[in-house]
Structure formats: C-alpha cells, structure tokens
Design a protein around this ligand. Structure first.
Ligand code: COA
Ligand code: AMP
Length: 624
C-alpha cells in the first residue's frame, strides 16, 4: 500500500491513535489523556484535557531549542521599499512586550481583540501576542469597508481593537483610521481602547481617552509570559461570507490547530525547520493565518510577510525577486496572482532575470485553478505545482498532493486527494454517496479532523443550521464536484450565493442587500460572471422603480460607490446593468443560474418554469 493511502486509512480507521501520535510534535504544558471527546455530537473536542500555548510553540520553543538567532520573519515591502528581518528571539521579545500592552489595556484570557491592519510585522506580533495571553483575535482584512468592520465588531465584541494609520496599495495610501472610526461609530458595541500603529506614510488623528499609540504603549509595557491554555480554548475567530448576507465567525481552538498545521508542514509541503516559506496572501484571510503566521513558525521556518502585489510592485517579476532575494523554498499563493503575472509577462521573460534555484514547489489555493495556469506555472518554474482545496472553516487543506509523504501524478484541474481525517463523500440530494465520476455536493463525515472550526462564535445553532443540517452526520462544504476512479477530487463550483473574486470569498446576497437599499432600485440580483484575471467578478442586474427621474449613469455610479463603501473595494463591484425585468420562474424565483450562463456565454436550457422568455434575449444583448 502507498504511504499516502496507509496514512489516510489509518487516520480514518484509528483516528485517536493517529492524532495522538501526530500531537507528539507539539509541546504540551499538560499532556492530554484523551484524544477525542465525542460525547456531545455534533460538537467534538480534540485533546480535551491537554494544555498548551500556541505562541510558546511558535516562538519560545524555538528560542529555547537553538533557533533564537534564526530569522523567523522577513518583512518584504516593495510599497515602502523596506526589508526587515526578525529573529525568533526578536519576534518573541516584541510579542511578549505587546502582550504586556494588551494586558495594560485590561485584555485577559478569553477577551476578544479585533486586528484591522495592513501587511506589517505588527499584525503578526498582535496575533501572536493575543495567543500568548489567551485573548481571542479576530483579524479583519484591510480591504473591507467600515460597515463590514462594524458587523464584525458587533459580533466579536472586542475589548480592544488594534489597527494602523494606513495601508499602502501599490502607490496609493489608504487611511485606515477614518475607516476604523466610522466603523466604531456605526457599531453598537464600543471597544475600551484602540491601539494604533502610526506609519510614516500617514499619521492618524488620535481620539483622546480611547486611542493608544503602539510605540508609546510598548515603551511603557513589560514583557509577559505565555499563559497555559486548554487545547479547546479558542485561539481565534475569523469571519467569512456564508450562504446569507451575514458573515459567519469561524471559531478555531488552540490544540487541534497547532497539531494539524505542524503535521501539514512536512507531510503536505515537504518543508523542514529552517526552510523559507512564503505564503503570498494576506493575514486577513485564513491562508494568511495558517501559512504566513502559525504553521511556518510552529515548524521553526522563516516566514516571508510580503506587503506588495504580484504585478505593479514594480512589475510582474516581483515574485521572482522575492524568491531569489530570500532564497524561498516554497511559494503558496492564489491562481489569480499567477494569472496576473501571466497577463503582464506571458512568455515569462522576467523569470530569466532571477535565480530561482531555491524554489522546490508552488502551492495554489483559494479558488479552482484552471489547467492553463497550472501548465504555464509548471513550464516556467519547472517545479511541482500543486492545487489544494480548503476553506476558512477547515483552516488547512481538505485535499492536497502530499509531496512530503508521497507525490502522486498531478492532474490539471483536480485538487488531488483527501488529507488525513477528512472523510470526504460526494452525496446526492438524499444523502446517498455517488459513484466515481458523478458530480454532487461535497460533504465531510463528522468528526472533522483537528484544526477545523469548533463552531461559530457564540452561535452553536448557526453552526448546525449552516453546515450540519443538510446531511445528518456530515459537514457540508457548499462546494460541488466529484471524485474520479483514482480517488482524485475535482472541486468544480460553489453552491449558494458565494462567489470567489481574486481568491476572495464574497457573498452576492450581501451585495444585493446594498443595491436594494438604493431608493431608485425596485429589484436586483448579483451574479458572479467569469473573469479571466479574477476568476469571477460580480455584476449587478437592476430594475429601477417606475418614474425614476435620475439618469441611469448617475444611478449606476451611485450603486458602484455604495458597494465599495459598504462592503469594500475588494468586492471589485464595477458593473451594473439596468434591465426592464428580471427572469423569474412562475413562482417568483430569480433565475440567477441562467443569467450567469448567459453572462459567461455558455449554452443554457430555457427553464420550463420561466414566466417570460424574451427577457433572456435582452440579457444576452446586454452582456454582448
Ligand atoms: N486595503 C485596502 N484596499 C485594498 C486592500 C487592502 N488590504 N486589498 C485590496 N484593496 C483594494 C485594491 O486597491 C483594489 O481597489 P481598486 O478597485 O481601487 O483598484 C480592490 O481592493 C481590489 O483589490 P485586488 O483584489 O487586490 O485586485 P487588483 O485588481 O488590485 O489586483 C490581483 C489583482 C490578482 C493582482 C490581486 O487580486 C492579487 O494579488 N490577488 C491574490 C489574492 C490572494 O492572495 N488571495 C488570498 C487567498 S489565497
Ligand atoms: P475561503 O474560505 O475564503 O478560503 O474560500 C473557500 C472556498 O474557495 C471553497 O469553499 C471553494 O469554493 C474555493 N476554493 C478554495 N480552494 C480551492 C481549490 N483549490 N479548488 C477549488 N475551489 C477552491
């Protein structure tokens, strides 16, 4: 039997023995005596009586074991022309001091802290400092607007918010502080304090009595030690778009998370302690949580924190420059980044200017990778290119090609095979497993492996309703696809109203809510149309109230601005089509799927239940 198959089968047949062995790679303050608490299904707890500290495992452990002077974090920021290196000792010391700053602001174990920051080392330090004292961080991506931040403030109820004066987008300074102040003004919950990192590119106006300067507070604070936590204590909350407009607060524990991520580093990614790992994502996304911050540090690697873009900072050779300069061993990014590079440098001419001999592999995730992009990357980089499938909820790969264990042949378009502990099934409407090659809903048999979500933040029923109520005993991924005869998994599309824009997961329902609130809009639908660069982009289809006097262009601009201001620029909402009617079934259901097919130029069946067929021609005309 192959190494992969043996490992996978053992994880399903003897989960407790398997995850007990794997957990030995983590330093426990108090060893667990039980591996899995399955007494209260559908809520499962890994290592229920074990105690540990994630920050200790990520930093102090390495300082104590000979890696104190090894670089832990390289901050590479083309937008500020800065490169800064932090050894494990330096990162530990800065984190311990910032943990003291949090303590000084009254933050203790169990309190929540929102981190709304650009890609600066202080974002990593703030996350680890929370982990150090058992505070629960919730990082909000900087590309979200005040309204989205306010929703998260209300749900997470942070005692303190950590932010910065600004972020930098290529050559544009984005003031974060006004966005933060507006969010706090909108939110019903108010934090006790905001700790603000003043960046030289723009100084924030501080609010007396509420805002605290990062540097001054750090100068006054004392370093604090790691707090021993239960493995089941929450490490973080991360909000993600769901099947409704309201974001869902995915809650992750300490113990299972550390165990799963540590295992992934050598087995999935074939990375050794001391290697240089670069995840070109953002700390605001799950990929950034797991593979910019936690996993590389838990494994004693050097992690690269990149404040730049694949193109434009300064050109499509940016990634190759970083790989050469820092001798990167593994690059992990989203397919959209490669599409952007390929668009600007189709022949890969810039690659030839750099020495990429350190690079061992490229991993892609965040959206389905089209075969053309994988082929291009394989040809130009001459290293294994691995597509792997995961979600905010799982925190690590559901499927991957375990190149550290046993690499199997790469099939372009497939996200490879299930990882240990993920009992993946493709089910029909009634919950019956489908035969190989048959497309259906992809579901994971409970319990989920360590590292996956425990529940939704303070919303156990929401967790059940959103994920566990479709099939008894299964978590539904809301992705559709199939498993082929060889056991390779093909993730083909997303169910529900979630779309994937440049690897960012967004809710069309949330955008529809914003459009519908415009006084001139009678009815609307938002669909995700295929896009060569970003995978999908949202398009708003809108019917106006009769007798509207404003001209259409004004309304379209207002609608675009509203989505940008309410959801954020990251939604990339730039197209609105005004129609006379929307296609609907006789029962009144808007035919979003049919409209998407028309937008994508695909053939479509005229639904038997449609009330008026002529509208479909009108839509086809608009998308020409
Ligand atoms: N703060 C403020 N604004 C932000 C932001 C942030 N942290 N991140 C993005 N934005 C803004 C951008 O400036 C842009 O604004 P614009 O409409 O005024 O141009 C908008 O949000 C969309 O940003 P982005 O998705 O980055 O698109 P882009 O057109 O600027 O760049 C790519 C396209 C492909 C280069 C870019 O999307 C990319 O690098 N994607 C990789 C995605 C990724 O790593 N995903 C993680 C999941 S694994
Ligand atoms: P997020 O939670 O933002 O990481 O988004 C997760 C969703 O992105 C998944 O449910 C999929 O729809 C999609 N996704 C992520 N990685 C892949 C992949 N490798 N192949 C196909 N879809 C993916």
């Amino acid at each position: 039997m192959s190494d992969y198959l043996e490992t996978y089968q053992r994880s399903l047949e003897h989960p407790e023995a398997f995850w007990s062995d794997v957990a030995m790679d983590i330093v426990w303050d108090k060893p667990f005596t039980r591996v899995l608490d399955n007494e209260n299904p559908p809520f499962y707890k890994w290592y229920p009586d074990g105690k540990l500290n994630t920050c200790f495992n990520a930093l102090d452990r390495h300082v104590e074991n000979g890696r104190a002077d090894q670089v832990a974090l390289i901050y590479d920021s083309p937008v500020t022309e800065t490169i800064k290196r932090f050894t494990y000792r330096e990162l530990r010391d800065l984190t311990a001091i910032f943990a003291g700053v949090l303590n000084d602001q009254g933050v203790v174990k169990g309190d929540t802290v929102i981190i709304y920051m650009p890609m600066v080392p202080e974002a990593v330090i703030a996350m680890l400092a929370c982990a150090r004292i058992g505070a629960i961080h919730s990082v909000v991506f900087g590309g979200f607007a005040s309204n989205e931040l306010a929703t998260r403030i209300n749900d997470a109820q942070p005692k303190v918010i950590v932010s910065a004066s600004c972020g930098i987008e290529i050559n544009r300074v984005i003031e974060y502080k006004p966005l933060l102040d507006a969010a706090i003004a909108i939110a019903s919950h108010k934090p006790d304090a905001c700790i603000i990192l003043q960046r030289p590119q723009s100084k924030a106006q501080m609010i007396e009595g509420r805002d605290v300067d990062w540097q001054k507070a750090s100068a006054a604070a004392k370093a604090v030690d790691c707090v021993s936590l239960a493995a089941t204590d929450p490490l973080y909350i991360l909000y993600t778009s769901g099947t409704t407009g309201t974001p869902k607060g995915v809650m992750r524990d300490n113990g299972g998370h550390a165990v799963a991520l540590k295992w992934s580093m050598s087995n999935i990614y074939d990375i050794k302690p001391g290697d240089v790992y670069w995840c070109a994502s953002d700390v605001g996304w799950v990929v950034g949580h797991s593979y910019i911050v936690y996993a590389p540090l838990l494994h004693g690697c050097t992690s690269v924190l990149y404040e730049g873009k694949p193109v434009g900072t300064p050109d499509a050779g940016a990634f190759w420059r970083v790989i050469e300069q820092h001798k990167v061993n593994l690059l992990f990014t989203a397919p959209t980044a490669f599409r952007a590079i390929k668009r600007d440098d189709p022949d890969g001419k810039l690659i030839k200017n750099y020495d990429l001999s350190s690079l061992q592999s490229l991993f892609l995730a965040g959206e389905r990778c089209d075969p053309t992009t994988i082929e291009w990357a394989e040809l130009k980089l001459n290293v294994p290119v691995i597509d792997h499938w995961w979600q905010t909820e799982t925190g690590w790969a559901i499927t991957a090609n375990c190149i550290g264990l046993e690499k199997f042949p790469v099939k372009h378009g497939s996200a490879a095979r299930p990882m240990p502990g993920y009992n993946l099934q493709v089910l029909d409407e009634k919950g019956h497993a489908l035969a190989a090659g048959k497309m259906g809903k992809m579901a994971l048999k409970l319990p989920l492996p360590p590292g996956c979500l425990q529940t939704l933040w303070k919303n156990d029923q929401g967790y059940i309703d959103a994920y566990l109520s479709v099939y008894d005993g299964y978590y539904i991924t809301w992705d559709a696809g199939y498993i082929d005869e060889d056991g390779d998994v093909w993730v083909m599309s997303r169910l529900g109203d979630v779309i994937n824009v440049a690897g960012h997961r967004l809710s069309t329902g949330a955008m529809e809510e914003v459009l519908a609130a415009h006084p001139d809009v009678a009815e609307c639908a938002v669909i995700g149309a295929n896009d060569e660069l970003k995978g999908q982009v949202p398009v708003g289809l809108v019917i106006l109230n009769s007798g509207v006097s404003n001209n259409h262009e004004t309304i379209i601009n207002e609608l675009i601005a509203r989505v940008r201001n309410n959801i954020g620029p990251v939604a990339a909402f730039k197209r609105v089509i005004i129609l006379n009617r929307l296609p609907k079934t006789r029962s009144g259901k808007i035919l979003r799927g049919t409209m998407k097919k028309i937008a994508d130029g695909e053939t479509y069946n005229i639904p038997a239940t449609i009330d008026d067929v002529t509208i479909l021609d009108e839509i086809a005309e608009a998308f020409k």
